[in-house]
Ligand binder design. Sequence first.
Ligand code: GLN
Length: 298
Amino acid sequence: MCLKNFKIKKWNSIKELLNAAVQVLEKANIDDAKQNVNQMASKALNISYTQLPLHWQKTVSDSFLNDFDSMINRRLAHEPLQYILGEWCFLDFEVYVDKGVLIPRPETEDVFLAAEKAIKANFIRLDFHFADIGTGTGVLGLAMAKYFPESIGYLVDVSDKALEIAKSNLQKYSELKSRLNLIKSDLLEAFKSDSLDVIISNPPYIDSEEVKSLMPEVVDYEPHLALDGGRNGLELIDKLLKQAEIVLRNKGLLIFEHGHGQRNEIKKLLSSCWEILKEGNDFAKKERFFILKLLKDN
Ligand code: GLN
């Protein structure tokens, strides 16, 4: 049986087809084959994941078979599940994702939740101005706007494609739109001095040399612009720190994600103006983020 093309066999039920698909993905060493198959099948059937068992005994229609077959083949070519589905969750958001933007990661959710706490503990006024630098899908900026309903935000990216996708996500969450602005800028270049209270960012932080050794799902599909942090992965973080010193108001906060093993190197980049509020780890106990406070008189 040709395992790569389901269209040549007659299937008795959806369940039978899905079982075969799981085997195909497992054979190709795709992780979480069963979950991948169920999610793609739900998408192709246009139903929610939890409704899938209700369809198991149904017959396989030609249009479902075509859509599902093409999804399975994309996954076999190591395209990330998230791009195949076209959407992915971040906290309580479900955002559009597409090639050209980084897929939101659970580690970044933790960065946001720690940022939320720190902002609440450090700000007297909640009508502050913030920027999400390297916004990609827009997830961090959307979360900021939602959790701080008096804030005004800027979703910033240097990539036109990212801004296009962030814009669709703003349309989707239109209740947040009036407080959010999309800006094309290389990090903080477009901002004046003393113009922001909070900067949050998941900047590119992978060492240029390491990018090519990442798993095919990442290196072959996700935008290198969103991953590659230059030498040691720290070039953009260094630039962000320098720009943030100028753009943030006194006592402003800078929250940013970074890679495991970069913490000590980042500390060496900090001028005396920065007070470290938190050196954060992620759920896998890996070094993952900093929360810094700017003290301009230091
Ligand atoms: N801010 C987006 C995210 O956290 C994109 C980050 C990036 O493109 N480096 O998922």
